[in-house]
Design a protein around this ligand. Structure first.
Ligand code: FES
Length: 128
């Protein structure tokens, strides 16, 4: 007889392996050299706009939880500096490059689509 299991459309595919980008703001809301915090379903995410590049990181400082979006972008160092005690985090990796914070903040995939900032609100990878 014919083998069973001919390919059919897999219904109820629960695992979405493909990262889903969601639209969070227009680029105009995050001017060059600035960062903004966004409240998303999975938590707060800060988006920084530096030299035509976008970065998305967890908005909570790992030191004492201040909002990084209330801090500043250091464009020369590609870091975000926490307003509370001056911890600096690498925009690309989320790693602290200056204390007192010792733990990294998560980073998120982010892209620009026709003037809209879109990001995947799931932390990108872990430690390599
Ligand atoms: S809370 Fe950010 S440096 Fe202390």
């Amino acid at each position: 007889m014919l083998p069973k299991g001919s390919p059919k459309s897999a219904e109820g595919s629960k695992e979405e392996a493909v990262a889903e980008y969601i639209r969070v703001a227009s680029l105009a809301e995050v001017p060059e050299g600035e960062l903004r915090g966004f409240e998303l379903a999975g938590g707060r995410i800060a988006v920084a706009h530096v030299e035509n590049e976008l970065f998305a990181l967890g908005d909570e400082c790992t030191h004492e939880g201040c909002l990084l979006s209330e801090g500043e972008v250091d464009e020369s160092a590609d870091t975000v500096v926490c307003a509370c005690h001056g911890s600096a985090f690498d925009l690309r990796t989320g790693e602290p490059v200056e204390g007192p914070a010792q733990d990294p903040v998560p980073t998120f995939p982010v892209r620009l689509v026709e003037g809209w900032i879109e990001l995947v609100p799931i932390a990108a990878g872990g430690d390599g």
